[in-house]
Design a protein around this ligand. Structure first.
Ligand code: OSB
Ligand code: MG
Length: 368
């Protein structure tokens, strides 16, 4: 498939409710939507870099620069017949995994559309429905947190993740556990602690949590390996796992017992599948993380989470949890058993709502 044209759209969408994490409070979500033209087909991709470098050093601006000035010149006019072809073309570009993953997603969508096969099938996924939970941002008070969690449980979500930060951790998590003694519960610190300050989280080890996600710095596998023995609860790494190699090293040094896989963070779906396979072989459970994606990225996450070693519920909630209006014609809804159905139309299996897309677009660029 010869890559003929690439269009980038910088989007800004308003969240249904503000989302607060240890790195900041978001009212809107920026992203880049890619449209890649080849042989009369258009592949869609989503780059999950955000407006600010709070979760990752990448931003919409850095990803736009790398896509326009390095990735596009490396692929335009070239035959790209597989994700591996793309990664070979992009091998001279160091880092910038979210930018690469955005383009790679469009390649998968093109391949699926050309072959009439859905992404789940291309990736080797089996499940038609995937178990999902909801990621709950930091709330103004423990009472507000309980009320928010109760609202999601009433909607049918059967796994809850709560965001924590220093000073907004033990009391809040204990309050949720007391209110909902049996709910599968996990917490996410987004790198807000050190090996020393994370000792304050010890009381949480009594709450039968599924996992504690990313307590320490993103570049710190070693201290995670020193922290894990202090907890019975499995540590789970998100930010720290940026490649299959990091996954292997984290497992070998005991830095985590569970891994959160996000295709954007690791440079694309093919690397995400490689991490899935490695974890399966080593007996490490994985689950699909989320980045407040639009319907495009959500479709990709659902296909990824259909692989067999995704044994824990993903951060893939219904469209309604994130956005009043989305850029895809499809809206994802929660089934009664806290699952979401994986799309089965060719490629990502989604189509764009052009008027919504236009409404959320701040800037577009078509290359060449
Ligand atoms: O750390 O998992 C995270 C959202 C943006 C950036 C990082 C994270 C998150 C979430 C939300 O937790 C997951 C989702 O529902 O999309
Ligand atoms: Mg996380």
């Amino acid at each position: 498939m010869k890559i003929e044209r690439i269009t980038l759209h910088h989007l800004r969408m308003t969240l249904r409710s503000p989302f607060e994490t240890s790195f900041g409070r978001a009212v809107t979500r920026d992203s880049i939507l890619l449209e890649v033209l080849s042989a009369g087909l258009v592949g869609y991709g989503e780059c999950v870099a955000d407006a600010e470098p709070g979760y990752s050093y990448e931003t919409v601006t850095t990803a736009w620069h790398v896509l326009r000035d390095f990735i596009a010149p490396a692929v335009l006019g070239q035959e790209i017949n597989s994700p591996a072809d793309f990664h070979q073309r992009a091998a001279a570009i160091r880092g910038h995994k979210m930018a690469k993953a955005g383009f790679e997603m469009a390649v998968w969508d093109l391949i699926g559309k050309a072959q009439g096969r859905c992404l789940r099938e291309l990736l080797g996924g089996q499940r038609r429905q995937v178990a999902v939970g909801v990621s709950v941002g930091i709330q103004p008070s423990p009472e507000a947190l309980i009320e928010t969690v109760a609202g999601y449980l009433a909607q049918g979500y059967r796994r809850i993740k709560i965001k924590i930060k220093p000073g907004r951790d033990v009391v809040e998590t204990q309050a949720v556990r007391r209110a909902f003694p049996l709910v599968p519960l996990q917490i996410d610190a987004n790198s807000a602690y050190t090996l020393e300050t994370a000792q304050s989280l010890r009381p949480l080890d009594e709450l039968d949590l599924l996992l504690i996600e990313q307590p320490l710095d993103e570049d710190d596998l070693w201290d995670h390996s020193r922290l894990q023995p202090h907890f019975r609860t499995p540590l789970c790494l998100d930010e720290s796992i940026v490649s299959p190699r990091h996954a292997r090293q984290a497992i070998e040094m005991g830095a985590c017992r569970i891994i959160n896989i996000k295709a954007g963070r690791v440079g694309g779906l093919s690397r995400a599948v490689a991490i899935h396979d490695l974890c399966r072989d080593k007996g490490i459970p994985v689950w699909c993380g989320g980045m407040l994606e639009t319907g495009v990225g959500r479709a990709a996450n659902l296909a990824l989470a259909s692989l067999p070693n995704f044994t824990l519920p993903g951060d893939i909630s219904a469209t309604e949890r994130y956005y009043a209006a989305d850029i895809t014609e499809q809206r994802f809804t929660l089934n009664v058993d806290s699952t979401i159905t994986v799309p089965d139309a060719p490629g990502l299996g989604v189509t764009l709502d052009r008027s919504a897309l236009q409404q959320f677009t701040l800037q577009s660029l078509t290359l060449p």
